[in-house]
Design a protein around this ligand. Structure first.
Ligand SMILES: NC(=O)c1ccc[n+]([C@@H]2O[C@H](COP(=O)([O-])OP(=O)(O)OC[C@H]3O[C@@H](n4cnc5c(N)ncnc54)[C@H](O)[C@@H]3O)[C@@H](O)[C@H]2O)c1
Length: 253
């Protein structure tokens, strides 16, 4: 997709998986990007492959560090008109009633507070620029429950409702907000989901069970989520806001 020349965007979680794929696709389409992730080494590698990108290592749950990152972007690139919030984590994989309190708090801090802080930092820049487009990353597990990932599912349900609320609040300012709800996409996070199943045969059984739920009988590729993100960020989606779009090979059909 072309048509992002001269546009300034922010991608959190840009060092890996979906954030990385979205950043690479946006940069290839001409956008100038502020890339944020807590994994500084991997972030620098991605930034080196995105022409004109600025890398800012930050934990998305750290308000002061996110404000610092936003200031870096504003100074070096100008006000952002696009934001993608892809930083996220799985959190506890045991039943929620057995999860340590700190693990429960952490997954909410990264997935929910991290999404909120990113919008808190960059919506003012969009207002300054006269409008913008936000794409949040929830999950199919934010639209339906997950027995394996109960805390994660709860955080993603929160991201779904926060995204819809943002769309209602900021539509009058010319800021569109849409949410992607991917199914299982081949990234390091998905691999971690399967690793949590146990030994090799338990892992293989979980892969098979997951795949059987997909009418397309396969998992998605990061580039397929990036295509959906770029569409929602583009002017082709100019009358779309408040949408929570499954990118899930028909899993939730
Ligand atoms: N892969 C999937 O199947 C899938 C499905 C649905 C939703 N998602 C969501 O998409 C997003 C990206 O997932 P992914 O599969 O690319 O995962 P990933 O683990 O490959 O990448 C996540 C990135 O976020 C970064 N990150 C994590 N915590 C952070 C923090 N506190 N501050 C800054 N950066 C942080 C990591 O360093 C990593 O670079 C997540 O929100 C995830 O929940 C993924």
């Amino acid at each position: 997709m072309k048509g992002f020349q001269g546009r300034i965007g922010v991608v959190t979680g840009a060092a890996s998986g979906l954030g990385r794929a979205i950043a690479m696709a946006l940069a290839a389409a001409g956008a100038k990007l502020l890339l944020i992730d807590r994994d500084e080494a991997a972030l620098r590698e991605v930034a080196a492959r995105c022409t004109g990108a600025v890398a800012a290592a930050a934990d998305v749950s750290d308000a002061a560090r996110m404000e610092w990152a936003a200031a870096q972007g504003l100074r070096q690139l100008g006000p952002a008109t696009m934001l993608v919030t892809a930083a996220g984590m799985l959190g506890p994989t045991m039943p929620a009633v057995d999860a340590p309190e700190a693990d429960w708090d952490r997954v909410f801090a990264v997935n929910v507070k991290g999404t909120w802080l990113a919008t808190k930092c960059f919506v003012p820049q969009m207002r300054q620029a006269g409008g913008g487009a936000i794409v949040t990353l929830a999950s199919a597990a934010g639209l339906t429950g997950s027995a394996q990932l109960q805390a994660y599912s709860a955080t993603k349900g929160a991201v779904v409702m926060f995204s819809r609320s943002l769309a209602l609040a900021h539509g009058p300012e010319g800021i569109r907000v849409n949410c992607l709800c991917p199914g299982s996409i081949e990234t390091p996070m998905l691999a971690a989901t399967f690793d949590a199943a146990g030994d090799a045969s338990a892992r293989a059984a979980r892969v098979e069970a997951f795949q059987a739920r997909y009418p397309l009988r396969r998992f998605g590729r990061p580039e397929e989520v990036a295509d959906a993100a770029l569409f929602l960020l583009s002017d082709k989606a100019s009358f779309l806001t408040g949408v929570c779009l499954p990118v899930d090979g028909g899993r939730l059909a």
